[in-house]
Design a protein around this ligand. Structure first.
Ligand SMILES: NC(=O)c1ccc[n+]([C@@H]2O[C@H](COP(=O)([O-])OP(=O)(O)OC[C@H]3O[C@@H](n4cnc5c(N)ncnc54)[C@H](OP(=O)(O)O)[C@@H]3O)[C@@H](O)[C@H]2O)c1
Length: 265
């Protein structure tokens, strides 16, 4: 399957890095300028379109309209369009390209480069094999999940912005352990091991135990964890944290409506 990227910035790079060892794919791109990368560069959009089976719209939201204006004059029969563009619906793309063409809207994150993205998927032609092939491709880049388009704003807040929120939590831990008087890089290493260990603990046990049970296993009656968790509950920390996710989702909804969606994550 020939993958053609329109735009070759952070997102296209991450897809390319995640898939380049896979011999079933070939890659090329078109952008405003040639990049220092080892895949073919087309100077004209229509040449990339002729080459590619799958066309990735890897441009910022504010540049999408201009690209679609050009694309609508190209022969797109048998092509699949993949859009990771935040806040731009399938209906928006159909307005330029029509409803017959297979369009896949995704919301990934840059961990695609390490095959560890969590990616939402929606298509206007679920009956079509071409859409299934993209779903399988996304599965090679981490976990892919089929989602109604209405869920994309919440998904963006949890899985797009989520890494920043988890890091903000870890930062609180880091601020707290400053008093150990160790270099910042050592503190980072310790916290990295803490999160790695926690993730492994979750990973090894998630089939057999709920998150509540996993927390319970760490909590001795009358011990330190219990004291901390009681504070967590009595101060409604979970409720406050939900507020963080709601704020991000609301912002995503606003940005989709007012077209200022280049800042969506
Ligand atoms: N970055 C993320 O974490 C992330 C996550 C999920 C979704 N997304 C979505 O992915 C899309 C791309 O994001 P990004 O972070 O990869 O952006 P980026 O790094 O700014 O890359 C954008 C690319 O678009 C190219 N471009 C812009 N206008 C063009 C035009 N008229 N013709 C040809 N190429 C054009 C640029 O080319 P030049 O470099 O030559 O100017 C650049 O290579 C966005 O819509 C974003 O919402 C991104």
């Amino acid at each position: 399957m020939k993958q053609g990227f329109i735009g070759f910035g952070n997102l296209a790079n991450a897809v390319y890095r995640g898939l380049k060892e896979d011999r079933s794919f070939d890659f090329a791109y078109f952008a405003r300028s040639k990049k220092d990368v080892d895949l073919h560069f087309f100077e004209h959009l229509d040449s990339l379109v002729s080459y590619a089976d799958v066309i990735w719209l890897a441009v910022k939201p504010q540049d999408l309209g201009g690209i679609l204006e050009q694309l609508k004059n190209c022969d797109l029969s048998d092509k699949t369009i993949v859009s990771p563009v935040a806040g731009k619906s399938i209906a928006y793309i159909e307005r330029y390209l029509g409803k017959d063409i297979t369009i896949v809207r995704i919301m990934p994150n840059l961990a695609m480069a390490y095959k560890a993205s969590v990616t939402a998927f929606h298509t206007n032609h679920p009956e079509n094999d071409k859409a299934d092939r993209i779903f399988n491709l996304l599965g090679k880049l981490g976990k892919a999940v089929k989602l109604e388009e209405g869920g994309f704003d919440l998904f963006t807040s949890v899985f797009g912005s989520g890494p920043a929120f988890i890091l903000a939590f870890i930062k609180t831990f880091k601020d707290k352990i400053q008093e150990f008087d160790l270099p910042g890089s050592v503190l980072d290493e310790l916290l990295l091991e803490l999160t790695r260990g926690t993730t492994l603990y979750f990973m090894q046990n998630q089939k057999d135990y709920s998150i509540e049970e996993l927390i319970k296993n760490i909590t001795s009656k009358g011990g330190t964890t219990q004291a901390g968790l009681e504070y967590f509950q009595s101060h409604k920390i979970s409720k406050h944290f939900e507020g963080v996710l709601d704020a991000a989702r609301n912002r995503s909804e606003e940005l989709s409506k007012n077209g200022d969606c280049n800042k969506a994550t």
